[in-house]
Design a protein around this ligand. Sequence first.
Ligand code: TZD
Length: 528
Amino acid sequence: MSDTLPSVKETVFQILRNHGVDKVFGNPGSNELHFLRGFPEDFEYILCLDEGVVIGVADGYAQATGQPAFVNLHSAAGTGNAMGGLANARNSHSPIVVTAGQQARTMVYADPMLKNSDATMLPRPLVKDSFEPLSHEEVPHSINRALNSAMAPAKGPVYVSIPYDDWEKKVSENALQLVNRRVSHCGAPDKGLLERVSKQIQVAKSPVLILGPEVDSERCNALVAKLAEKLHAPAWVAPSAPRCPFPTGHRCFAGILPAGEAALCSHLQEHDLVIVIGGPVFRYHQNDPGTLIPDHAKLIHITSDSDEAARAPIGEAIVASVKSFVEALYDSLPPKQTECPSFRKEVRRNTSDDAVLSPETVYDVVDDLSPRDSIYLNEATSTLATLWSRVTMEYSGSYYFAAAGGLGFAMPAALGVQLASPERKVVAFIGDGSAHYSIAALWTAAKYNIPVVYVVINNKGYSALKWFADLFGVDDAVPGLTIEDVDFVKISEGYGVKAVKVNSVRDFKKHYKIALNMDRPFLIEVIV
Ligand code: TZD
């Protein structure tokens, strides 16, 4: 019987097929070659030249599809290089299964080269869970468990370390049960709870919505826009936003909240009820001590993340499927008889050919020229607020930003997002500082011909840190904030991605138009 049983590897690929996985994002080493031998034809291996790039591409892919991305890294060293990316993936609730090759079971006693010591400890606390199977029999179980755990709310990365002499061994008959398992998640809102929350909202004089990334990952953007309209409530994007949960051209769009206690609270003064949907309460960045919400206001928090609910410092939290709960809530609310006011703030624009080339003009030109369903990633860190106030994002999955603030996300993640959404144009804004953390993503863009438009906004240094230095009142003689003499056109072309440098609005318009119509990656270095 055992002759007819499949190997660990065959069983694992069957489990992956059952979960809709058909890509492996990786960077190989000696511990992974047994896994890669005889790589199945219905899978694609996407080679990235650095593990930070691997995780970034997988993160973009997992977020844009909402499905698991499968990663294969090299032992402890590869995992180490991936840690910054894992911090982002954990915070963006990206369902990634990260596997890493372990040395052979028969040799680990000798502490050989490329042994991953304490493998399950290494990626913690940046993964939801981590396993190292105790026998080859347990490998398919661990992969199945990792896939299901990564997809369980709140989603997130899970790590599995696999000794390389396990792959060709036979599994037992019981392991075959794993290849067509399915785990589904659902939850109907509790009627009594819904009625109570609905009443609380109906008696509020001036409710306000604050929307987090889960609204976008659950594709509820249009639903929360209808909710804002029904409530006549302004809709703010929660601070430190990794995604765009609300159509920015909508009349209820109020903007993005600042990431400090006092500054955030100052925008809520007129409101007696704060409704936070699909995100933490709140993800601050600047240390700006103050009251959390106005004294006269109450807070209701709707999230699928029980940990997010547990650690919130204020208000009533409801742990539920955001989509089901908000749908039911919307239906429970009566319509108003008057017209919904507008909360949008218009900005002044000048995109004439001879205007000053600045982040503002770059985003205005981009907004004028890009297809309405374009997808943006931003890692030109001093321009985050500028993008939010100037670029229209109407659809779900229109924006991605490093959820833990770890640079090196956007350049590779743009590739994963583009692989997941070939029908939409993906544009990544990268600062001349951020570009270096995952620059090798350009090779993967060229190799697999992934037609992302990279716009490198070159202001010769770390502008966002200069802003922080001002905020902290630290001496402006802080070292290490300036970068000069880097030529991104040469670097990009060295990796195989055509590139151009522009110094004027006229040239930016010309090349951006060309880039939008290209079917291969392109990089525009904008000198501001
Ligand atoms: N290292 C990593 C991995 N993540 C970080 N967030 C930082 C360092 C610190 N950092 C920031 O938070 S913003 C920033 C740094 C170095 C400056 C990025 O410069 P840029 O963009 O050129 O990309 P701006 O627009 O000039 O700020």
